[in-house]
Ligand binder design. Sequence first.
Ligand code: MN
Length: 245
Amino acid sequence: MSRPVIGMSTGRMAVDYGPVPQYPLTYVPVDYVEAMLEAGGLPMPLALHEVGLYEGAVAEQLAHCDGLLLSGGVDISPAMYGEQPHPDLNATTPDRDAHELALLAEARRRGIPVLAICRGIQLVNVAYGGTLYQDIPSQVPAAIQHAQRSARHLPSHDVTVTEPSRLYGLVGGSLAVTSFHHQAIKDLGADLDVVATAPDGIIEAVEATDHPWLVAVQWHPEMSHGADAASKAIFDAFVRQCAGE
Ligand SMILES: [Mn+2]
């Protein structure tokens, strides 16, 4: 049996590329590729392109996929949820915001499984009508550290998972997670359930009530999937869903 194809949203960055200065790339971190391969999926990066490139461009791109991964990345433009930029907002990529919103809309229309990670949970919340903290340290006074300084595979802070939820069934009621984010959900979007929180109350996971399988986490299971059973369980479950099992 062939592997389910996992469409993975991509970012854009410019790097010095051999002799070419600041060469623009569309990219996906290798951690996601390896996590999907290990779980039995076939990872397919969905090159970032202009949503209006041609009629149906995004739907056609996702037509080849059995599931959608919304990957981590840079900040979402606050214009997407009607706010002005906070002084500590980082760089944004509005074309990526638009591409991922279109990918998610198409995935919802088709009812295919969606796994959203870090920036992905924020994108999901905005798509469902919610808002974000643009900068946790300055906007959530009692917040713990969510931008860890230790190695990326090491757990950083605790998370409590509520039941009943899909996530609870996969990882149980408490776990320690990697954390590399300075933004987070502020006002929750419609048709989303909060299923995990950090000790400071920051929302760390949501699930959609209007979709067959949409799980979104604020932490980075792709960074710890090789060492951590709970991280691996999330990818295994997602790929099984994409395979129709
Ligand atoms: Mn966190």
